[in-house]
Every structure is written in structure tokens, then in C-alpha cells.
Design a protein around this ligand. Structure first.
Ligand code: NA7
Length: 533
């Protein structure tokens, strides 16, 4: 087609997913363009620039594996890279693979409508530009639509309001300031220690305490780096077929209650000393058995009590009433010890809710806090938010919003019945946020690229998930989720952090390896569960 506004594929988002998807599409010789709201690449790593922002998966694994040169050329400096380093990496990838000319920046997608007669997607941007594409691919990320609390009096407040999820590009200086942080998920927990070092006073407004383990971050041990460069491909392959997307590390875990209390303590302590999310794999049943999970809670409570000097503050910091890890486990650097500083105050807003913002700060039902800056670290409309922010309409003008009104419905988290030639990268119903995201992104992009190649080779115009396959998959995702403890916590995995959002566990917890096998079987059987025409 010679229409200058037509592409074979339009991809939304230039984060890890969008960049790799674009690379694959261009490799396949397709005309493709990425539409990106920001003025640079990076996705979530572009926006979340708050002090302390880092990945919680080791950088040697939180990076692409598809091109050996990329791995060889890039040397990560720390075990868990900071946001600026990850952003530099993604910029390097964009330049190295010459992707930038095919990315339209400062372009937010407003709507996408499937034109049944022409079998094309009509994509409209917020600036009013229109494009058409055969394939419409959402690389919009799982944590990209920020959620801010609606506090009365917000307009009255004369201080500065900051948001971890949309942090200013310039350095923010908190020296001499009274700063409030609302929210104690990963973003709050990562930023609090650094804010406390600068601010004159820091007040942390906590609604739900989170479980957290130490990162023990630091420069990468040269021997460990050497091990990865010698065994990278084999380790990555192991990761692809594993449960959570990481290579095996020692003996397979046993049930928590199958060992003595002393042995359990020893293993938890060892995992604590290693640091990081691996802690959740100390025992085999921590995600499935409340009694086993309680042993992890007891250990983690003990750590908080030993790290926080004032017992009354430690008690407030203890997560209670939900299973450990059923809300995302945080990985921190001196978070709990920060509450020993004389300039840091913890406010339990479950006991004393924030009533309003005033001209000079925040008022709870107990007292007023004078604040020069308020930082909101209040999370995201996760997993479905970004797709639903676009007015997407499939066959017969049916909107994705109406289709997902009772919760997301996808086949494999990759496609939606009624929305032909549309793909989601790490969409709801795939392992996504419960896996190493970069690994899952690569798996989805490879699958989509193979699928497009299949269509080309077989001279097929459209592919669309079947409703029956979709229904079966949605039921399976929910059934597997119900075997775990995830549904027992009010988390963003279940939509509980957004008022009015359907309460559905949105992630596939059957394991990355099992999921990969299922995706490969579908492809090998000429895309069974899909209709191609
Ligand atoms: P999270 O993990 O969703 O944390 C948000 C925090 O903000 C959490 O403590 C919330 O308490 C709190 N929150 C949310 N709304 C409010 C209101 N209205 N008032 C007070 N406190 C509130 O988001 P993050 O950005 O920290 O992390 C997201 C992911 O990014 C993380 O899991 C990593 O994968 C990277 P709640 O728990 O809802 O009571």
C-alpha cells in the first residue's frame, strides 16, 4: 500500500517490550512504527525517576538476551541497576539497533478501531493524527497508569506535589525541607531512605505495611559476572523453562513444615543474607499454604523488630492480616533502619486516616503535618490500566472496556476474541509481573513475531482468538490463581487498589516454563484456539 499513514504494524510503547517488538518487526521486513507518549524511550524506566528507583531482579537477568552482542557490550555496574543506568541501557539499545527513526515520540494513542471491511486497525493519537495498521500491538506495560489518591483540598495546598511515577527530570533538592511520603509499596520503600538523608523532616504515611527483604545491593562480584558471561545462554535457557523466570539455584525447595524450626530459621536466614526476591523460594509451599506462609511471616516480623529500635514503631511496620508475598514483596536498602533516624516519623493512616490537604500540609484525623513537599507513591492501575486507557474497539464496535468490565479476558494474555490482529505483550492472563519481566517480554515478542511469519507464509490476513479458547484460558488462570494465596490479599494483582475495579487475580501463576510450553503447543498446532483467515 502506498498510503503514507499505513503501517503493517503499529506498536504502542517504547519500553523493553516495544523496543524488542520493533526490532523483530523490522528484521522481518515489515513496515512498523512505535507510538510513544514520552519524549524518550524507556517506558516505566522513563517515568519512574524517583530517588532510589531500581529493578528488583538482578540486572544480569533484567536485560535482553536476544542478541549476544548486547550482553557482551554492556557492563552492569551493580547487582540491581538504578533507574538511570537502566534508562541508559535502553537508550543504548535503541541507538545500537537503529530503532529511533521508527519511533514517534510525544504521541499518546487515543483510540484504535478495527475496520472490519478493510481488516485494518485505525489508530488515532491525542493530537488527532490517524494511522492505519494491519497489526496493532500493545507494549504498554503493566505499571504505567499512575493512581493518585483523591484528597480533598489538593488544590489548596501551596507546597510541591511530586509523584514517584512521574518524577521531574531535573534533580530535586529536599535539603532543609519537611517532606511527606504517602504510600509504602516498592516505590515508597525505595525512596524513603534517600529522602530521609536529605530532608530536614520526613513523615511517612503508611496505610498497609509491606513485607520487604534486603537487596544487599552493590557492585557485581567479578566472579559472578564471569560465571554469567561463561554460562549466559545456558542460564537464560534454564530461566525460560523455570517457574518464575530465573535459573535454578541449588536444591529444589522442600515444604516449610517438613524441616525442623531450627533448620527453617537457618534457611530463611541464609536467604535473607543473600537478599532479593529469591527469598520467596526458600520453601516450596510459601505461596500455597497458610501455615507454611506463617513461618515466613514470623521470620520477617522478627527482622523488623530487630532492625527498628523503638518497639512501638516496629509494631506499626509489621504487615499483618494477609499472607506474605501475596502483595508484591519489596526489596529494600535500609528501609526499616531509616525509622531509627530522629528526622523520620511514621504515621499509621489506617488508624488515623488522611482527611485533607491544607494550604500547608496534610491533616489526619489526629493532627496536622506541615509539609513543604508531598510525594505520592500510591501505585498504578496495574496490568489492565494502560490497555483500557485507549478506547479500543474490535468487531462490531465492541469496546475492550465493555468486554473487560468484569475483569480482563484474553487467550494466553496475548490476544482477545473479537479483536483480530491485536496482540498484547505481557497482557493479563500471562505470567508477566510474577516473572522476570524482561524474559517474559522476550518470549511474547518472539511468539508474536513467529505468528506474523506464519500468517505471511500461509498468505493469511487475520488471526483472532476463539471465544471458547479464551473462556477456557480465563477459567484456567483463575483456577490456578485460586490454588495460591494471592487472592487472599487486597493487592494490585487483584485490582483491589483501584476503587470500582473488578476483583480478579489477573496474572497467570502456572509458571513460566509451563506457560511457554502451552504457547509453543498452540503455535505448533497451527495456532489452535485461534481462527486464521
Ligand atoms: P504499590 O505497590 O501499589 O504501592 C502503593 C502504596 O500506596 C501502597 O502502600 C498503598 O497502600 C498506598 N496507597 C495507595 N492509595 C493510597 C491512598 N489513597 N492513601 C494512602 N495510601 C495509599 O505501588 P508502587 O509504585 O510502590 O510499586 C508498584 C510496583 O512497581 C512494584 O510492585 C514493583 O513491581 C515496581 P495499600 O497497600 O493500598 O493499603
Amino acid at each position: 500500500m502506498s498510503d503514507p499513514s499505513h503501517r503493517e504494524a503499529v506498536v504502542v510503547g517504547a519500553g523493553f517490550a516495544g523496543l524488542y517488538m520493533l526490532y523483530k518487526l523490522l528484521q522481518q521486513g515489515l513496515s512498523a512504527e512505535v507510538l510513544e507518549a514520552a519524549d524518550g524511550v524507556g517506558g516505566t524506566w522513563y517515568w519512574n525517576r524517583y530517588p532510589g528507583a531500581r529493578c528488583d531482579v538482578e540486572s544480569l537477568q533484567y536485560s535482553y538476551s536476544f542478541l549476544p552482542e548486547l550482553q557482551e557490550e554492556w557492563e552492569w555496574s551493580e547487582r540491581y541497576a538504578t533507574q538511570p543506568e537502566i534508562l541508559r541501557y535502553l537508550n543504548h539499545v535503541a541507538d545500537r539497533l537503529e530503532l529511533r527513526p521508527r519511533i514517534r515520540f510525544n504521541t499518546r494513542v487515543k483510540s484504535a478501531t478495527f475496520d472490519e471491511a478493510r481488516e485494518l486497525w485505525i489508530i488515532e493519537t491525542q493530537r488527532g493524527e490517524q494511522l492505519t495498521a494491519r497489526f496493532f500491538i500493545l507494549a504498554t506495560g503493566c505499571l504505567s497508569i499512575p493512581k493518585l489518591p483523591e484528597l480533598p483540598g489538593r488544590d489548596r495546598y501551596k507546597g510541591r506535589i511530586l509523584q514517584t511515577s512521574n518524577w521531574p527530570h531535573e534533580q530535586v533538592d529536599f535539603t532543609g525541607q519537611r517532606v511527606g511520603v504517602v504510600g509504602t509499596g516498592s516505590s515508597g520503600i525505595q525512596s524513603v531512605p534517600l529522602l530521609a538523608q536529605q530532608a530536614r523532616e520526613l513523615v511517612v504515611f503508611q496505610r498497609t505495611p509491606c513485607f520487604s527483604v534486603p537487596a544487599h545491593n552493590g557492585p557485581i562480584d567479578p566472579a559472578y559476572r564471569q560465571y554469567w558471561s561463561a554460562n549466559g545462554p545456558a542460564l537464560r535457557e534454564q530461566a525460560r523453562t523455570s517457574f518464575a523466570g530465573f535459573p535454578a539455584n541449588g536444591e529444589p525447595p522442600v515444604p516449610a513444615l517438613s524441616v525442623s524450626a531450627e533448620e527453617r530459621q537457618r534457611r530463611y536466614e541464609e536467604a535473607w543474607q543473600r537478599g532479593g526476591l529469591e527469598f520467596m523460594g526458600t520453601f516450596a509451599d510459601l505461596f500455597f499454604d497458610r501455615a507454611a506462609n506463617a513461618t515466613a511471616i514470623e521470620f520477617l516480623h522478627g527482622k523488623v523488630r530487630s532492625l527498628v529500635q523503638k518497639p512501638e514503631v516496629a509494631e506499626k511496620l509489621l504487615p499483618r492480616g494477609y499472607p506474605a508475598f501475596a502483595k508484591r514483596l519489596c526489596v529494600d536498602s535500609s528501609y526499616h533502619a531509616t525509622f531509627n533516624r530522629p528526622n523520620v516519623t511514621l504515621v499509621d493512616i489506617t488508624q488515623h486516616p488522611i482527611r485533607e490537604m491544607t494550604e500547608t500540609g496534610l491533616r489526619t484525623d489526629e493532627q496536622h503535618y506541615d509539609l513543604d513537599t508531598v510525594v505520592f507513591a500510591t501505585g498504578f492501575d496495574a496490568v489492565t490500566g494502560a490497555a483500557l486507557a485507549i478506547d479500543i474497539r474490535g468487531r462490531s464496535g465492541v469496546s475492550l472496556r465493555s468486554k473487560w468490565v468484569a475483569g480482563p479476558r484474553t487467550f494466553l494474555g496475548l490476544a482477545v476474541a473479537g479483536f483480530p490482529n491485536m496482540f498484547l505483550i505481557t497482557g493479563p492472563g500471562s505470567p508477566s509481573v510474577l516473572s522476570n519481566m524482561v524474559l517474559s517480554i522476550e518470549q511474547h515478542v518472539d511468539w508474536i513475531a513467529d505468528c506474523l511469519e506464519f500468517l505471511r507464509r500461509n498468505e493469511l490476513d487475520t488471526i483472532e482468538a476463539d471465544e471458547a479458547a479464551e473462556n477456557e484460558w480465563v477459567d484456567h488462570v483463575i483456577a490456578v490463581g485460586n490454588l495460591s494465596l494471592f487472592p487472599q490479599a487486597p493487592s494490585w494483582y487483584t485490582g483491589a487498589n483501584i476503587p470500582g475495579k473488578p476483583r480478579v487475580f489477573m496474572v497467570y501463576f502456572g509458571g513460566v516454563g509451563t506457560y511457554l510450553q502451552k504457547c509453543n503447543e498452540v503455535a505448533a498446532a497451527r495456532y489452535t484456539g485461534f481462527t486464521c483467515a
